[in-house]
Design a protein. Structure first.
Length: 733
């Protein structure tokens, strides 16, 4: 099969082109988010009990609802809250993976069962059951430059009537939440000193309003009669003007005297509640948040919301402006833009490292081609398994650059070594080399897959992070293995040449002088390295003792380091909370907030972003550790695979171990330095994902360098120990 591919490179080329085309197709369809959905499905039940305080709401509304909802299918837990303005909400959290639509239906059915136990006022105003993500996709501010004309109440109702219904119709929008609801309402302010002399209480006023203000369907006249016409009776419905409410009769006497509502109360066209105020730079404003539905594309939603806001800006009254004060799209765009530049930078650095070691542009082209094929092809499989383009998958692809070149480097380096050893041409050397290293490539791929794929079975938020990262990386590695067995050998047979430098007395070029100097230095390094391995091979107890000490030290350091989940990033937002005494009214709170805002504004030049001072043991570091298991195991496979071949050819266990170490030192260092070079751009990253970038890059690079240094010394010794043990057990001499 390998000979066929080498002799017919068109087949391998077509396979790679198909992978790239499928990858581009997948990339165009994959949803884009900042992070994968780690929050479990959540359903909200909310409503209002007018006039009730928090204690009454909990006792008469929240408790019956909780009793009815408790135990709904696949529920994990629920929380509830109530405030003194009568509003309440219940949050029901479900198990990860539950269909949010079905969860909302199940909750709605439970809520319906509790209706009979709830106050009529709550039922009349309605209970709302919604499913949505808990994080905000966008926060938008509506400002007024003419507060005397367009106050907060006007802005609230304008948004409720015109803007929010259209935004909710945008595909992927889960909900649009308006902060501090201030709907227009007819307010009846009862004067107790005027009401009490008549022996009346507020409940009497409420009953009178309900008797005079209601909806009715009076029907029609003239149906099923001999009359030529029929008449539809119309009823004006609920009262909607203050003067209409003023005329409501509370009591009448036989002497003709009438007590009307306007006699004991002040009635005005006001707001439904006065529990909050919103200001921007001292002017009235309204803030609303756009929440994303599960599985939707955050980038597309943000774009459509922006288009709607631009369209509305043309039709709103003069003096009203829209301002996006926070958007996940900004962070997402910054993260993706940074990752794109990092991908390019990492690719260039990897290319340079490979060129230095191979010292041949044709040879370097082959691993360079493997990178885009593997990276782009991965997007197709990401699309098939339902992942999104997010920080985790992009992290995986950046790290994959330094990994996917490994197999191609192994192939190219093996072909070069074979040409140098035998003097064969590229095609013959490729066939011979592939017969020796194809098993190692398959072994490396299986080991890497064995490291990453089981991680995907973890559950919970951490499991989702691991799955997105590990599956993306595993897919890229599998594609790179296919390349190494198809495209890379085909290109080696086509592009490589058996160079024999003969200058015929002419001065050597710089590249030749550099190549000779580099190779001479590497040969000296290799001799010293083999000397160290030879020493440790004779002092196996010392080598094992050093391995145990290093392992225990690493274990203790890992357990003593500070733990974390996702590191906190700088989102360029400053939030402060002012705590006041219980029972403070809105006017007092507003004055205190104005004072606090002035203080904060005066110190804005003092606040500085915190720098990256250290790395805690967070999810990114843990991902790097898992990745290093596979990468360092790959180095061991390269040494042991060749040592086994040398053992079969008749060398002693000791000499076979030395031969494996010597022959595989160059590809191991080349692939390891290429991997580290791919991490360098992440170490110097800035912006909203800087801490995450540095966490994964510094930990992975440090682990790779220390692991390679220890591995190239210890792995040959371990081979000698276990091969000797196997030979003793099997009776081989």
């Amino acid at each position: 099969m390998l000979k066929t591919i080498i002799k017919r490179p068109v087949l391998a080329t077509v396979v790679s082109i198909i992978l790239v085309l499928l990858g581009i197709l997948g990339l165009l369809r994959i949803p884009m988010t900042q992070f994968p959905e780690i929050a479990p499905p959540t359903v909200f039940v909310s409503g209002t009990y007018p006039g009730a305080n928090a204690e009454s709401v909990i006792r008469s509304v929240v408790t019956p609802l909780e009793q009815a909802i408790n135990g709904v299918e696949n529920m994990q837990y629920m929380t509830s809250s109530a405030s003194n303005d009568g509003s309440f909400s219940i949050t029901i959290v479900f198990k990860q993976g539950v269909d949010p639509d079905q969860a909302a239906v199940n909750v709605q059915n439970r809520v319906a069962q509790a209706n009979a136990q709830l106050p009529s006022e709550v039922i009349r105003l309605g209970l709302t059951t919604t499913k949505q993500q808990t994080s905000y996709l966008m926060i938008v501010n509506i400002n007024s430059d003419k507060p005397e004309k367009y106050d907060e109440a006007f802005l609230q109702n304008y948004a409720n009537i015109n803007l929010i219904p259209e935004l909710k119709r945008i595909p992927g929008v889960g909900n649009v939440s308006l902060f501090g609801a201030k709907d227009y309402s007819v307010r009846v302010w009862i004067n107790p000193t005027k009401l009490s002399p008549y022996g009346l209480v507020p409940a009497d006023v409420e009953n009178a309003i309900q008797q005079y203000s209601f909806e009715a369907s009076p029907g029609s006249l003239g149906q099923e009669t001999d009359a030529s016409l029929q008449y539809v009776l119309r009823y004006k419905g609920k009262l909607n003007k203050p003067e209409e409410f003023e005329k409501i009769i509370l009591r009448s006497k036989n002497d003709g005297s009438i007590l009307r509502l306007g006699d004991v109360a002040r009635i005005e066209f006001g707001l439904s509640n006065y529990s909050s105020d919103t200001f921007t730079d001292g002017k009235p404003s309204v803030v609303f948040a756009v929440l994303q539905a599960s599985g939707s594309n955050a980038n597309d939603i943000a774009i459509e919301v922006g288009k709607s806001l631009e369209s509305f800006q043309k039709s709103v009254p003069d003096g009203i402006h829209f301002e996006v004060i926070q958007s996940m799209k900004n962070r997402l765009d910054a993260s993706i833009a940074q990752m794109k530049s990092t991908l390019i930078e990492a690719f260039i650095l990897v290319f340079i490292v490979v060129l230095i070691f191979l010292q041949d542009f044709r040879s370097t082209i082959i691993p360079a081609i493997a990178v885009p094929v593997s990276i782009i092809g991965t997007f197709f499989f990401i699309y098939l398994i339902g992942f999104s383009v997010n920080v985790l998958t992009l992290f995986a692809l950046v790290l994959a650059i330094g990994i996917v070149v490994d197999d191609a480097i192994v192939v190219v380096e093996a072909v070069h070594a074979k040409m140098k050893e035998t003097g064969d041409d590229a095609k013959a050397a490729t066939v011979s080399a592939m017969s020796e290293i194809s098993g190692a490539i398959v072994s490396i791929t299986l080991v890497m897959s064995a490291v990453f794929l089981p991680v995907g079975f973890m559950e919970g938020p951490a499991g989702i992070f691991y799955k997105q990262f590990s599956y993306t990386l595993a897919i890229a590695i599998l594609i790179s293995a296919v390349n190494a067995l198809t495209l890379s050998p085909a290109l080696c047979a086509l592009l490589l040449k058996n160079h024999q430098h003969n200058n015929n007395g002419k001065p050597k070029k710089f590249t030749q002088r550099f190549s000779e100097a580099f190779n001479a230095s590497f040969e000296r390094l290799t001799d010293k390295y083999i000397g160290a391995v030879r020493f440790l091979g004779k002092k196996k107890i010392m080598a094992l003792g050093a391995l145990i000490v290093v392992s225990l030290g690493a274990f203790l350091l890992m357990n003593s380091s500070q733990k974390g989940f996702v590191p906190e990033e700088d989102d360029n937002n400053l939030t402060f909370v002012v705590n006041l005494q219980a029972g403070a009214n809105l006017q007092f709170i507003t004055k205190e907030m104005e004072k606090a805002t002035k203080i904060v504004q005066s110190f804005l030049g003092v606040f500085l972003a915190t720098g990256f001072a250290g790395i805690d043991n967070n999810i990114y570091v843990q991902i790097a550790l898992i990745m290093l298991v596979g990468l360092l195991a790959k180095n061991a496979i390269l040494i042991v695979e060749f040592a086994i071949q040398q053992r079969k050819s008749g060398l002693s266990v000791f000499e076979a171990g030395l031969a494996g170490a010597k022959m595989r030192l160059r590809p191991i260092l080349m692939t390891s330095f290429a991997f580290v070079a791919g991490l360098v751009p992440l170490m110097f990253a800035t912006g909203g994902t800087a801490i995450g970038n540095k966490s994964i890059s510094i930990s992975a690079a440090g682990g790779m360098l220390s692991g390679v240094l220890l591995g190239v010394l210890i792995i040959p010794v371990l081979y000698m120990i276990f091969q000797t043990l196997q030979d003793w057990i099997s009776g081989v001499k």
